[in-house]
Design a protein around this ligand. Structure first.
Ligand code: COA
Length: 196
């Protein structure tokens, strides 16, 4: 019951604030300085599912997001005046980081948010002293592949029949980027070096 009431409260506050700015200060809604990156909360999950349904043929369920939080994955949302515009999840284990999800609301794509969020996930991996950050992507997802190549990732392999697809299964490309210098096992790149 409390969960439901809090959700309703959040919706009313959110609508009132956005409506106010849209009416009186529409430019504020375009101002990138009001972007906020924060950790995912349980009450955000409904919004993420709405975005998932719009962008993926096989969207994640509420349980998948809850499990990511329960396991302790690093789960981030990017919001603009309480509207979630993007989210990203990275797991950290045994010195490797694995991007589990990176997604931008379709009405906010191509504004640089995907790149900003990916930069945050790489920063988390560096803070956790990971040697490598890797991810899977559908070979048909040219937009995401362009973003990852643009940020220094390279293809290191392929997982056969990894994803469900309309006509059966689709392979996954595995992309990765090293976070340590090849010559020196203990020397990590800085975020700027990785993204230059
Ligand atoms: C992939 C995705 C995260 C990109 O986010 P975005 O905020 O739209 O991307 P950005 O504006 O930050 O763009 C960063 C770079 O990505 C590439 N890119 C983004 N959109 C592109 C497009 N439509 N066509 C080609 N390249 C594109 C470009 O290299 C771009 O750099 P540039 O602007 O200097 O050319 C977003 O399209 C998305 O959420 N897609 C659906 C979910 C998804 O497929 N996630 C990845 C799962 S593996």
């Amino acid at each position: 019951m409390t969960y439901w009431i809090n959700n309703m409260k959040r919706m009313f506050v959110y609508n009132a604030e956005r409506d106010f700015y849209a009416k009186h200060f529409p430019n504020v809604l375009e101002d990138e300085s009001i972007l906020n990156l924060r950790l995912l909360k349980r009450t955000d999950i409904d919004q993420l599912i709405e975005i998932e349904k719009q962008v993926y043929g096989f969207p994640w369920s509420e349980k998948t997001f809850r499990d990511c939080m329960k396991i302790g994955y690093s789960c981030w949302v990017m919001e603009k005046l309480d509207e979630i515009v993007a989210y990203g999840i990275v797991s950290i284990a045994a010195g490797e980081s694995h991007v589990m999800n990176l997604c931008v609301d379709p009405k906010h794509q191509r504004k640089g948010y995907g790149r900003k969020l990916m930069k945050k996930l790489i920063a988390v991996a560096l803070e956790e002293r990971c040697r490598l950050i890797l991810l899977e992507v559908r070979p048909s997802n040219e937009t995401a592949i362009a973003l990852y190549y643009n940020m220094g990732f390279n293809e290191i392999g392929r997982r056969k029949d990894y994803y469900p697809a309309e006509n059966g299964r689709e392979d996954a490309l595995i992309l990765a980027t090293d976070l340590i210098h090849e010559e020196s096992e203990n020397e990590f790149y800085s975020l700027d070096q990785l993204l230059e």
